[in-house]
Design a protein around this ligand. Structure first.
Ligand SMILES: [Mn+2]
Length: 289
């Protein structure tokens, strides 16, 4: 299986700072070689950059998403697997838009946070905390709608995995919403088996999924991926088992590893976990290919 590895080295519109340094750092650690070794195929490298000289958090995020849409669609047309390394979770909006050749696209979202805030509910104003809300059509509809082919993914085709740091409005959504979810606590205590039922439900509703891996899904006590990392989640080994379980159950049309800030990774454990994660995703998808 050939892979297109696409870097989006931005955080909040800023290039190569904080989580925006993650993609380049992972490439310097050998991300492409790791993926190549896992698949036995070729790895093409692409990179998305903003043209706009003056950065705005929202405008630049959607400009990057727009460009990423084109890269994802091109990777699919070339018969390669699109694997995104992005600073921000907002890259997901561009990725799902580029995957619109999948009839019923679903999303599996691994993250300590909900990423389901809207401008009305966000307590911080951090756009990245709205990424899954944009993907599900909850906010920024005009900008998302300007991406060629954007279609919101319905809640019943969403599986959220690893949440343990929800804001008040998100907490209500997780209790009352239509999407599937497995919390960080459930993961720690139940292992990969806790995904069985939700994955079966999702497999009946979706033809393939976009696999979103926010590095802060990991327990912050072993892997400190970024400033928002939280204790209480799965270990790297548990995350890798989850990915195998997901890929065995549902075709994965594209994937991303996001939100890795090398400056916060003092012992290198998060970088190592990210590399092994890329390898796990690549080999799990290649086996099914
Ligand atoms: Mn996130």
């Amino acid at each position: 299986m050939d892979v297109t590895l696409i870097q989006v080295p931005y955080d909040s519109g800023h290039r190569e700072v904080r989580m925006g340094r993650g993609p380049g750092h992972l490439v310097s650690l050998g991300a492409a070689q790791a993926v190549e070794a896992a698949t036995g195929g070729n790895v093409a490298m692409e990179r998305v950059e903003a043209d706009t000289a003056f950065t705005t958090e929202i405008g630049t995020a959607f400009e990057l998403a727009h460009k990423l849409t084109g890269e994802i669609a091109r990777a699919r047309r070339n018969g390669t697997f699109p694997l995104v390394l992005a600073g921000n979770c907002m890259s997901s909006v561009g990725t799902i838009t580029g995957l619109t050749d999948v009839p019923r696209l679903g999303i599996v979202w691994l993250d300590a946070h909900g990423d389901l805030n809207t401008p009305e509910t966000s307590p911080t104003g951090f756009l990245d905390g709205m990424a899954l809300a944009v993907c599900t059509g909850r906010c920024w509809g005009t900008l998302a709608g300007s991406l060629p082919g954007f279609e919101a993914v319905p809640d019943e085709r969403i599986l959220h995995v690893g949440a343990r740091a929800l804001d008040p409005a998100e907490d209500t959504l997780f209790r009352e919403g239509d999407f599937l979810s497995v919390s960080g606590d459930a993961l720690r205590n139940g292992g990969a088996g806790v995904l069985e039922d939700p994955l079966e439900a999702l497999a009946a509703r979706a033809d393939a999924v976009y696999l979103h891996l926010d590095m802060d899904v990991h327990d912050a006590r072993t892997v400190r991926a970024n400033p928002f990392a939280e204790p209480g989640g799965p270990s790297p080994q548990q995350v890798r088992r989850l990915i195998d379980a997901i890929a065995q159950r549902i075709p994965v049309a594209g994937a991303a590893v996001t939100a890795y800030a090398p400056d916060y990774d003092r012992d290198g454990a998060a970088g190592q976990a990210a590399l092994e994660l890329l390898q796990t995703v690549a080999s799990a998808v290649a086996v099914r290919h």
